[in-house]
Design a binder for this molecule. Sequence first.
Ligand code: NI
Length: 164
Amino acid sequence: MALREIRKEGDEILKKKSKDVEVIDERIKTLIEDMIETMHKYDGVGLAAVQVGILKKIIVIDLYDEKPILKLINPVIVKTKGKQEVEEGCLSFPNKYVKVIRPAEVVVEALNENGKKIKITGTSLLAQAISHEIDHLNGVVLTDVMLPGTMEYVTPEDLENAKK
Ligand code: NI
């Protein structure tokens, strides 16, 4: 496994649409493992392949709960329900937080890393994360969906000071 470089705000690749994965080979499996390692390194709850410079429809999500890490290949949202207004960050937009409206519930179909079809229903934070990561696959980023005027810039030092 290896860390990959995260593409940041202003990198044109983040605006591009990702393509379907045709064959889940060793390269893809290694990419998925690298994405998970990279997400964990920066304490993210999700990462899309485009964020490490690969225009393939792959996302990983870890909410740091008891559930297994989600590895979704060619994910498609087949149903959404309700709305939630949430605060959101993105590893490609370090230290920035915005408010967005996300579905309260999403149903997503995808392949897992073994090529098996899976269907997952996510609510609250999981619905938010799935919606955010699938936006990345469509070239849509935080600043495209944020509620106007809600961006806050919070540095790690600010968070440290707030604890004191
Ligand atoms: Ni993101």
